[in-house]
Write a protein that binds this ligand. Sequence first.
Ligand code: S3P
Length: 433
Amino acid sequence: MKISPASHVRGTIRLPGDKSISHRAAMLSAMAVGETRIDNFASAEDCASTISCLRSLGVAIERAGNTVVINGVGKTGFFPPAGPLDCGNSGTTMRLLSGIVAGQDFPCVLIGDESLQMRPMKRIIGPLTEMGAAITSNDGRAPLSISGKNPLTAIEYRPPVASAQIKSCVLLAGLNADGETTVIETVQTRDHTERMLRWFGVDVAATETEGGLRITVSGDAVLTSRDLIVPSDISSAAFFMVAAACLRGSDIVLPNVGFNASRAAIFDVLGDLGANMRLTGQREVNNEPVATIRTQGGISAAKTPRANLVNGPTVANLVDEVPILAVFGTQIDGGIEIRDAAELRVKESDRIAAIVENLRRMGATVEEFPDGLKVERSDLAGAVIDSFGDHRIAMAFAVAGLLASGETEITRAECADISFPGFFDTLASITDA
Ligand code: S3P
């Protein structure tokens, strides 16, 4: 895919439904009793993987465009699949679904593509084994063979890394356990699972304690179907926020974007770094905060001297936006330093290495650390970019291409479909060279 420099971006973009929320909407509707209609379901390929796995588990699902209707089977009504459950590229599908199948009385196998087979699964094998599931793997990686059990043993679990996927996996397994299952978070991660469980009528306790946030579900819980609308994806919005902020004369409006505090740190961080952004129409849609985000071109001075260092718990709340944040860093005084982000090394690619490599290809001055990177303010030059088959790398560097001098070429750019089919067409539609 070739990207030419742009002078500005303008327009109103209705972004696809949130990927994280769509996965949960599909899985929890499947575990509910009754029929659920989901509107604005993500067009992301990852969410199609979730739908296809649920169908293999005997769930009747109708899909017409972005409307999905799911006939819930209840917490234990799934059927043994005829073959392996293919999670494609999707870590969320594999980790959350593992929590669900661990509580079923049958065995199944979860597989994934080359990237997913490289990703760490011990983090869910550990707690699920403690709960009574029997799991074999390829030394802690997929394929995973899970022999489920019902009921599982309720546990109290403190994830060793900040991860919404681990938390959600254990909570979903907890719905089929013999008592109360608690996850203790010292760093808070996205809470979409908790919010959606409540939407489906489940009592989820979340209590702040000295040791962290204790989140508890009961094995007695019953999920009751209830229609919902998925907000647009803030992780997709971030690419357009950065493009608009960096190009003078830009004006981009993004309506109905999910603005959950555990996901929206990118908005505050860009604002603190001088981006010109405004929020309107804040409201809640099925327990999820939503807002319209408007970004106009031009960056002022950073609001605080510390703004150029992004680290600590903030990182968990913009974990998927780090690639585009690094690109933003090339455009601001003082650049940007991102630390405490070692988890990025085990995403769809080693994102730290991928960002550093590609920023250098574009002529930026970058330092790499085990847990992050530091990039100076740099003039970017068009280059051949290796997406490493990672959707967020492909899209972040497409935006970098708009800001660069000369043409940029992104390899294997079709991987953008993992979270945002149509991304390049959308980008072209708002770009005025
Ligand atoms: C996700 C959680 C995050 C995020 C991923 C989606 C989720 O992963 O990076 O894109 O939907 O729960 P981790 O839980 O591994 O941090």
